[in-house]
Write a protein that binds this ligand. Structure first.
Ligand code: IMP
Ligand code: MG
Length: 179
């Protein structure tokens, strides 16, 4: 059985992603030089990107995770945001880097970044692998961006389609899916 289902069109190869993640990690390491940032991954999708990103970084970091739901198993944002699991690291006075897999409408990050900002971090920045610009309603201000892919429903490298496909090493567009 093929691991990549029919109807998945490759849009980012593992090599393209690796190169981009290295470049982003280099910039982040320079910008946070001399600091120990708290890297906050947004579950579940960011787990692959975060794992690769922090290992390419040349500075020490702390890692924590939050899980925020807005989608359920649908491919369209409901606009209803719920923090299912919050980080446990206090952020007051800390330099914080939020790591997200993909930004679509921007609702999720807009909500959670505002919440984090109220905890008094010394700085709060955002790294996202993909910005899906076509339906953006809130522009959360991405400090470190991997790729802009205007539309389409994407799967792989942490991104799922109804729970599946997170384990694929490349990013695919699900052709025929509502994006
Ligand atoms: P937003 O709140 O509309 O920006 O949605 C962001 C969240 O929706 C991300 O954290 C992803 O988990 C999910 N998402 C948005 N677009 C896609 C996609 O194309 N594939 C998989 N998940 C997506
Ligand atoms: Mg998701």
């Amino acid at each position: 059985m093929n691991k990549v289902p029919d109807g998945y069109r490759l849009v980012l190869t593992p090599e393209q992603i690796r190169e981009k993640v290295r470049e982003m990690a280099g910039r982040i390491s320079e910008d946070f030089s001399g600091q120990v940032p708290v890297v906050v991954g947004i579950l579940k999708g960011a787990f692959v990107f975060l794992a690769d990103l922090v290992r390419e970084m040349t500075i020490p970091v702390e890692v924590d995770f939050a899980q925020i739901s807005s989608y359920g198993n649908e491919t369209k944002s409901t606009g209803r945001i719920k923090v299912m699991r919050d980080i446990s690291t206090p952020l007051a006075g800390r330099h914080v880097l939020v790591v997200e897999d993909i930004i679509d409408t921007g609702h999720t990050l807009n909500h959670y970044m505002n919440e984090l900002r109220q905890r008094g971090p010394a700085s709060l920045r955002l790294a996202a692998l993909i910005n899906k610009t076509e339906r953006q309603e809130y522009a959360p201000g991405v400090d470190y961006l991997g790729f802009t892919i205007p539309r389409g429903f994407l799967v792989g490298y942490g991104l799922d389609h109804a729970g599946m496909g997170r384990d694929l090493p490349g990013v695919y567009e699900v052709t025929g899916a509502e994006g």
